[in-house]
Design a protein around this ligand. Structure first.
Ligand SMILES: *Cc1c(COP(=O)(O)O)cnc(C)c1O
Length: 354
């Protein structure tokens, strides 16, 4: 990997060249996960609470949206438009960002994922987006994820209606500014390590539309940090993701005019849950329950449960040494748990005996 050696404050300086809409409450905390670590046989597991980025429900899209909404405002847009699955956290965070900045919001929901139960289309993220005033659209056709044509159709319709929409791609990733938020997060992690006199050997997180992983890799490269970033896939498209992370990371470095690169061999993506997007196997549901009971924190079956499951597998297979320092990123997503209620064991209440 070619690396620069910027100080975290120089990263923030570079980022300040881009227009930014204030949305996030930063820095998000880091703290040890001593109980879960003990349960899985690893002594140095920490968590970064990017579920606490601010905006309704929190999560990783808040950091990315600061730059995209900043650009939208500068361009004079009056509406944010984006797409995602019915239980997308990204669409819900976009609805929140739009409300915060007085913009309208149009959300195109892609109805191809199998409904996880009777409340899939009425609770969780979609309910929150509706409450925050977004206009909700749905496309029930089955299409490849990269097919942006329904979103472009929607944008055209909104324009002819008189709106000035700003198009945000799925997950706020495939956009020239999509990686900036997690470059800032990389600088934040390095600062938090320096304050504590520690370093992480690995960062483990769920990877989907890929700009979280791309931004982290770009940021660490720019600071000359050799922390290994391990993405745990949310679906079965590992090869597509690897290529996307690589391109997004280097595109982000170029946008920041940083003379360094992320090499292909540092892009690491693992898939441990053999199921598809929006589906988890029983082992992942077991880890979700184990994690919740150990730490009082809930991870969802679409993204963060897979990250926690991946961490368990990496430790048990010896890919991560039991004494290494690991930062597990919590990227949000707990509102989806409600929409997936039917996938969990039924809630059992014990009748009170007098
Ligand atoms: C979007 C999302 C991810 C994946 O992040 P990408 O940047 O799209 O790879 C992971 N976890 C949660 C909760 C998300 O909402």
């Amino acid at each position: 990997m070619t690396t620069a050696r910027l100080h975290p404050s120089e990263i923030y300086e570079r980022l300040s060249a881009f227009p930014k809409a204030e949305l996030a409450q930063l820095p998000t905390p880091i703290h040890p996960l001593a109980n879960f670590g003990r349960d899985i046989g690893a002594s140095g597991i920490w968590i970064k609470r990017d579920d606490l980025t601010g905006l309704e429900g929190g999560g990783n899209k808040t950091r990315k949206l600061e730059y995209l909404v900043g650009d939208a405002l500068q361009q004079g847009a009056d509406m944010l438009v984006t797409a995602g699955a019915i239980q997308s956290n990204h669409t819900r965070q976009t609805a929140a960002a739009a409300a915060r900045h007085g913009l309208r919001c149009g959300l195109l929901h892609l109805g191809w994922t199998e409904d996880a139960g009777p409340t899939y289309r009425t609770t969780g993220n979609i309910l929150l987006s509706s409450l925050m005033g977004a206009e909700l659209f749905v496309d029930n056709e089955v299409r490849p994820i990269e097919d942006q044509s329904p979103l472009i159709t929607l944008v055209e319709q909104l324009k002819s209606r008189g709106n000035k929409p700003y198009l945000i791609p799925n997950g706020a990733s495939l956009h020239p500014l999509g990686g900036l938020g997690y470059v800032g997060c990389a600088a934040e992690i390095v600062m938090q390590c320096r304050e504590r006199g520690m370093r992480f050997d690995h960062v483990v997180h769920c990877t989907g539309s890929s700009s979280t992983q791309a931004g982290l890799l770009a940021g660490f490269a720019a600071m000359g940090e050799t922390i290994e970033v391990i993405g745990i896939a949310d679906d079965d498209e590992t090869d597509i993701k690897t290529d996307r992370v690589y391109k997004l990371a280097n595109g982000t470095l170029a946008a920041m005019k940083l003379d360094c690169e992320v090499s292909m061999d540092t892009v690491k993506i693992f898939a441990f849950d053999e199921t598809r997007y929006g589906k988890s196997d029983s082992k992942t549901y077991d880890v979700i329950r184990q994690f919740a009971r150990a730490e009082g924190l809930v991870v969802d079956p679409v993204y963060e449960g897979k990250a926690a499951r991946g961490l368990v597998e990496l430790v048990s297979r010896g890919r991560i040494a039991p004494n290494s320092n690991v930062l597990l990123m919590h990227l949000g997503g707990s509102p989806a748990v409600h929409a997936y209620a039917a996938s969990f064991d039924p809630v059992d209440m014990i009748p009170l005996t007098q």
